[in-house]
Every structure is written in structure tokens, then in C-alpha cells.
Design a protein around this ligand. Structure first.
Ligand code: ZN
Length: 121
């Protein structure tokens, strides 16, 4: 998909922009990578020229990553504690590592989706 999406607001489909952003592609055209480093977007898309350095997602991707991590992990923690006898020290070390890993895995796709949201709206 390399359609140009830099026209009027009606030319900016939200669902497509979110999908492209989640996959780390330019939400406008889907023809190039959105990030040059882990959370640093490219200055401008090499395929369509859309400028990404000027769009600020601020803390919203981190907020979403924490929100999703908490909602996914909490039932697992409760179920593990019901089913197994896991030591306190193991839990004090293990769950924060799992939570941090989940949040780190989600934050770049979520930032791409937030940039897609900002672009589409
Ligand atoms: Zn592009």
C-alpha cells in the first residue's frame, strides 16, 4: 500500500492509519518505516514526505502501555497465585520484569498508533 494520504481530512482513514502505525510504518502512506530509533520517528517519510518530527505523542503511548499491561497482567497474577505456591521474592522480582517487558514490547507500536491517530484527526 503506497497510496498518498496527505490530502484533506477525508483522505485520512483512521483505521488504516492506526494499523500502519502499529506495524511501525508511515501512517500516511505505509510505504516506509516510521521510526529511525526505538521511539524516535523519522524527520519526514522518504516515500510521501509527511513530516513526523513535528508531531508530539507526549506521554500517551506510555500511558496506554501501562494501562494495557496492567489489565492483561493482573488477572494472570491472580490466577498464578490461586493455582501455584509462588514465593514472595520470586514474585517481587518476576512480575515487575514481566510488566516491564510487556510495556517495552508495546510502547513502539502504540506510539506508531498514536502518531497515526494524530495524523488522521
Ligand atoms: Zn509516508
Amino acid at each position: 500500500m503506497t497510496d498518498k494520504g496527505t490530502g484533506a481530512k477525508g483522505d485520512r482513514p483512521l483505521g488504516l492509519a492506526l494499523k500502519r502505525g502499529l506495524r511501525g510504518l508511515c501512517p500516511a502512506c505505509g510505504g516506509a518505516r516510521l521510526f529511525r530509533r526505538f521511539l524516535k520517528p523519522v524527520e519526514a517519510c522518504p516515500a510521501c514526505g509527511e513530516r513526523w518530527a513535528e508531531r508530539r505523542a507526549d506521554d500517551f503511548p506510555a500511558y496506554l502501555a501501562i494501562l494495557v499491561t496492567g489489565h492483561l497482567l493482573l488477572p494472570v497474577i491472580v490466577e498464578v497465585n490461586i493455582q501455584f505456591d509462588v514465593g514472595t521474592l520470586t514474585q517481587m522480582i518476576g512480575w515487575p520484569l514481566v510488566a516491564a517487558g510487556m510495556a517495552l514490547a508495546m510502547i513502539q507500536p502504540l506510539k506508531g498508533a498514536v502518531l497515526g491517530l494524530l495524523w488522521a484527526r
